[in-house]
Design a protein around this ligand. Structure first.
Ligand code: DX5
Ligand code: ZN
Length: 220
């Protein structure tokens, strides 16, 4: 049976009750913490930075999956490693020398991820896929939680899965944006390994149960 990983996005948590929401993830069936860092330049929004991440990693007991939506991410690779990131994902569109950036992330002992905006074709990863631990397929335009899922993502995931198999890579496919019970199963059938869910989890009456339900519907 496929064990789909669920990564709640802390962006949708209640920041006035952050420790409570971190403990909820700790004790739930969630697999990872998804942490969105936005700089107001690469995306039209600013989320939070190092002090908040430090507070999160102090209490979090699961894998820390950091999604950098910032320009020139090379400047902060060592900082995020020191703060406890286990996976560091940079945007394809923000890296001039992507191959070098991936090596720099791995040299700090982290897994290296690459995120693709909705308009970015998966074929652009052809020559670097074996160096990538995780591809984060954006199913919304990055910058905000609570947006609607873009339907074209299914076929994009299928193409990426085909590329990974053809190249003999072991890259994980993560989906980020607008994930709900309506699209989760089909995304996993298309090839997704990790589902990020922000507003769907934290906006639910019972976030713990919502995570458990997502886990169950995606165990194909
Ligand atoms: C969007 C972020 C996402 C976001 C997902 O730029 O990268 O991780 O928090 O939130 P939902 O699940 O509400 O779309
Ligand atoms: Zn994200």
């Amino acid at each position: 049976m496929k064990n789909t990983l669920i990564a709640p996005s802390v962006l949708a948590a209640d920041f006035a009750n952050l420790q409570r929401d971190i403990e909820m993830i700790n004790t739930s069936e969630a697999d990872w913490f998804h942490i969105d860092i936005m700089d107001g330049v690469f995306v039209p929004n600013i989320s939070f930075g190092m002090p908040v991440l430090q507070a999160i990693t102090k209490h979090a007991k699961k894998t820390i999956d950091v999604h950098l939506m910032i320009v020139d991410p090379d400047r902060y690779i060592k900082t995020f490693a020191a703060l406890g990131a286990n996976i560091l994902t940079v945007h394809y569109e923000a890296c001039t020398h992507l191959h070098r950036t991936l090596q720099a992330i791995k040299a700090e002992g982290m897994k290296a991820g690459v995120a693709l905006n909705p308009h970015t074709n998966v074929s652009l990863l052809e020559d670097v896929i074996k160096d990538i631990d995780l591809v984060c397929v954006m199913s919304v335009n990055p910058g905000f939680g609570g947006q609607s899922y873009i339907e074209n993502t299914y076929s994009k995931v299928e193409k990426l899965k085909e590329l990974i198999i053809r190249k003999g890579a072991s890259t994980l496919i993560e989906i980020d944006g607008g994930v709900t019970d309506k699209n989760a199963k089909q995304l996993v059938q298309a090839g997704a390994d990790v589902l990020v869910a922000g507003s769907y989890v934290f906006g639910a009456q019972n976030p713990t149960q919502t995570i458990a339900d997502l886990k169950k519907t995606t165990a194909l």
